[in-house]
Design a protein around this ligand. Structure first.
Ligand SMILES: Nc1ncnc2c1ncn2[C@@H]1O[C@H](COP(=O)(O)OP(=O)(O)OP(=O)(O)O)[C@@H](O)[C@H]1O
Length: 758
């Protein structure tokens, strides 16, 4: 094996690294103290360096020394590994070749603005991810630059020292990737900037002004690249957007906790992170909403699930489907009609506004506003109108009576009569003026009173009153029976003052169109992980609420365990919600070994419909293994013995995955009773403890990964009768990085064939 010192350029690279580290130190120190100290800090950093190397030429005054807190913090983080790659690029239009060092953050020379380290997100760094040696090009600020890529080099470093230099030529496959993947999961996602693959890079850097939908197999890096795309977005648009204007929506708080570790590394920790429920509850400003437990999946997994469950699932599917878009749109048309005034607007006897004009403003001019906001606008328009005409209207009355009085004064001969007439006219004038003043004060309020004043909750309840009406609103897409079922189901919920998850999207859709939502819930860019688990209506209402179509949707239909309500294809989402979206598929998987992925692919074939096979990057490991488990106390002993063994092998994270939470609780209790090991039972809201053994049901393990996974069965077995169970098993089998064990009574409990050799 060659050592790093044997690389022909070792000395040059080592010096470069030393120089960069020292320069970084001086910059960091200066940023932390005062910019006037830069020279002194530079002197201190290079004090023991041979002056013949020419570093003294750097000791000129810093012409530019501004650094944001974020820049300083990322610079500090990359002290021990300032860069991970170098490319040499000879641009066609320039005589000298450029030597570019690529790192997680950029570093400029304060003296001449040279880039000592180029950020991985910058345009030229794209050559590292996409370029092969030879003719290449890259685009920066819309301009194309052609040239030749002469060198592509990777650096391994430990504690700031070079441990390996690797030159990538046309034939070497990506060893760095292989090595990275062979490492252990510290239970969390990390950044992968040095090993991003070409197909992944395309997603990360895909047009930032367009939505993107990524269908990617298990372990293809969807979560990881979605986070890198945000990081890339922030880098490109840091001048225009605050991180708070970006948002990640993830399936559970557990999942948010899981990804949270990768966020600071990527400089995106300040973005909004929410579950869908939390987002909607926040946007509706209804913290105390009583949400029914979202347990339809769990009920479906129970051995003898009831007819009601099937019924409830059908309702979920309908409520999430685009049929409800039609229903809600029709419903809103009806609501709008209740705001068409039957009469013109009068103040006293004066007609100030025609109802037709009112309707025109409502339906056309203020079309962009939510209904109740339009009504507020119209109220102000009427008030304004009065304000402008008030004086004139009062004057008209005054003039009318003054005129009368004057005529009486000149024309009436009899002084008594005249006096009486004038005094009556004066009284009348006074009375009319008072009437007018009252009308001026009250007419807007009176006029507005004819419109309904309801809140979102009563609108929502009114939607589910009459089955025929619901069928009609659905343009006959719902049958009478379906409509009756939905209404019965909803009224039962309303009686208990409850809502369920599927109501949230519909409520949000109505809220956006009728009342609008506060600005803080509008964002510029949204990333949705596990997007296959969302319904059509959820995605649609989110787009409307956030007021952007700039979505990055990543998901895997093969893992669609919520497909009873969620998506079974991306078609409608692309065609009807995100027509501008680019669609990409990722079929290569980076998480697990060939052996485990093959076994998982084999299980997926049992589904009645097909998904393209996921291809693992070539990394071999042990075959998955079935371990027959004895009954009773022994069960835990055997499991613990195996856990200890794999721990000794150096693996760090372990999950015991069961089919249901019930089975997980049973295993957990057995551990508590008879086991010696500390294990954690993961729930929806938990956090994932580091370097420990966790017990988790398969549906919650979705999206997570562990070094070693045991899929166990105590009372619950996987059957191939329902696609859901096959998908759930597939999800569980694609969680491990290195090892997979099945732990139960018989192989067939995990849909494995008895005669399979393992
Ligand atoms: N280019 C890469 N270099 C190194 N590691 C990678 C790369 N791409 C993905 N990985 C690793 O592969 C694993 C799977 O990635 P990730 O969890 O993002 O996949 P996913 O597509 O979201 O998976 P799933 O759908 O199964 O949850 C992670 O450990 C990630 O760090």
């Amino acid at each position: 094996m060659t050592t790093v010192h044997q690389h022909p350029d070792y000395n040059e690279e080592n010096q470069r690294l030393e120089y960069t580290k020292r320069y970084m130190e001086a910059v960091i120190k200066t940023a932390e103290t005062s910019k006037d100290n830069f020279q002194d800090n530079m002197k201190a950093a290079f004090k023991d360096v041979d002056s013949s190397l020419g570093y003294s030429s750097l000791l000129t005054n810093a012409r530019f020394f501004d650094m944001s807190k974020e820049e300083l913090s990322s610079l500090k983080k990359s002290r021990l590994k300032p860069y991970f790659a170098r490319i040499d690029f000879s641009r066609d239009d320039q005589p000298a070749e450029e030597v570019i060092y690529i790192g997680k953050t950029s570093l400029y020379s304060r003296e001449n603005q040279d880039q000592l380290i180029v950020d991985w997100r910058s345009p030229i760094a794209n050559l590292y991810y996409e370029g092969r040696l030879g003719d290449v090009s890259y685009v920066s600020n819309g301009e194309n630059f052609n040239g030749e890529l002469l060198l592509k080099r990777q650096f391994m470093m430990e504690r700031g020292l070079l441990t390996e230099i690797r030159d990538i030529d046309l034939t070497t496959n990506d060893q760095l990737l292989q090595e990275t993947l062979a490492g252990s999961a510290s239970n969390r996602l990390t950044e992968i900037v040095s090993t991003i693959q070409e197909e992944q890079n395309k997603v990360i850097r895909a047009d930032l002004n367009k939505p993107i939908i990524v269908q990617g197999g298990a372990g293809s890096g969807k979560t990881t690249i979605a986070l890198h795309r945000i990081s890339y977005f922030i880098f490109q648009y840091k001048e225009n957007f605050q991180p708070e204007q970006l948002m990640i929506i993830a399936p559970s708080n557990l999942f948010l906790d899981y990804i949270s570790e990768a966020l600071p590394e990527l400089g995106v920790e300040n973005i909004k992170q929410k579950t869908y429920e939390d987002y909607v509850i926040g946007a509706l400003q209804k913290e105390n909403i009583k949400l029914k437990k979202d347990d339809k999946l769990i009920q479906l997994l129970e051995k003898n699930h009831q007819k009601e469950t099937v019924h409830a699932l059908q309702i979920s599917k309908l409520k999430g489907s685009k049929v409800f878009q039609t229903i809600l749109n029709e419903y809103m048309k009806e609501i709008f009609l209740t705001f068409h005034p039957p009469t013109d607007f009068y103040v006293d006897k004066y007609r100030l506004y025609k109802s037709a004009r009112f309707v025109q403003l409502l339906e056309e001019d203020f079309y962009y506003l939510p209904l109740y906001k339009r009504i507020n606008k119209l109220r102000s328009i009427l008030q304004n109108e009065i304000k402008h005409k008030k004086k004139k209207m009062l004057e008209k009355i005054e003039m009318f009576y003054d005129d009368k009085i004057e005529r009486a004064l000149y024309q009436a001969k009899d002084p008594v009569k005249r006096k009486k007439y004038v005094s009556q006219a004066l009284d009348k004038k006074e009375a009319r003026l008072n009437e007018m003043k009252t009308a001026i004060k009250t007419s807007v309020a009176t006029y507005m009173k004819q419109f309904p004043k309801k809140n979102i909750w009563s609108y929502y309840k009114d939607l589910f009153q009459n089955p025929q009406q619901l069928v009609k609103r659905s343009h006959n897409q719902l049958t009478q029976v379906e409509a009756e079922n939905i209404i019965r189901y909803q009224q039962d919920l309303f009686k208990r003052r409850m809502y369920e998850r599927e109501d949230l999207a519909l409520l949000l859709y109505l809220q956006v169109h009728l009342f609008g939502i506060e600005k803080e819930w509008k964002v510029k860019n949204i990333v949705i992980d596990e997007a296959q688990d969302y319904t059509f209506m959820e995605l649609l209402s989110l787009k409307k609420a956030a007021d952007t179509d700039m979505f990055t949707l990543v998901g895997d239909l093969a893992q669609g365990i919520h497909s009873y309500r969620g998506l079974t294809s991306w078609e409608d989402v692309k065609a009807e919600i995100f027509p501008r979206a680019t669609y990409t598929e990722l079929q290569k998987s980076y998480r697990t070994t060939v052996e485990i992925m093959e076994a998982a692919n084999h299980i997926l074939k049992k589904l009645p419909y097909t998904f393209p096979e996921v291809k693992p990057v070539v990394r071999h490991g042990e075959h998955p293994q079935f371990i027959p488990s004895p009954e009773g106390k022994h069960y835990i002993n055997v499991l613990e013995a195996k856990l200890l063994k794999v721990k000794e092998e150096g693996f760090k994270t372990f999950a015991l995955i069961g089919k249901t939470m019930n089975d997980c609780m049973k295993l957990y209790q057995q551990f508590e009773k008879t086991g010696d090991m500390v294990v954690y039972l993961l729930g929806e809201h938990g956090q994932i403890p580091k370097e420990s053994v966790v017990i988790v049901p398969a549906y919650l393990a979705k999206g997570l990964e562990f070094d070693v996974v045991f899929i166990f069965s105590i009372d619950e077995v996987f059957t191939s009768k329902a696609p859901l169970e096959i998908q759930l098993l597939y999800v569980a089998m694609t969680r491990p990085l290195h090892r997979l064990y099945f732990y139960g009574n018989k192989k067939t409990d995990f849909l494995l064939e008895e005669d399979e050799g393992w």
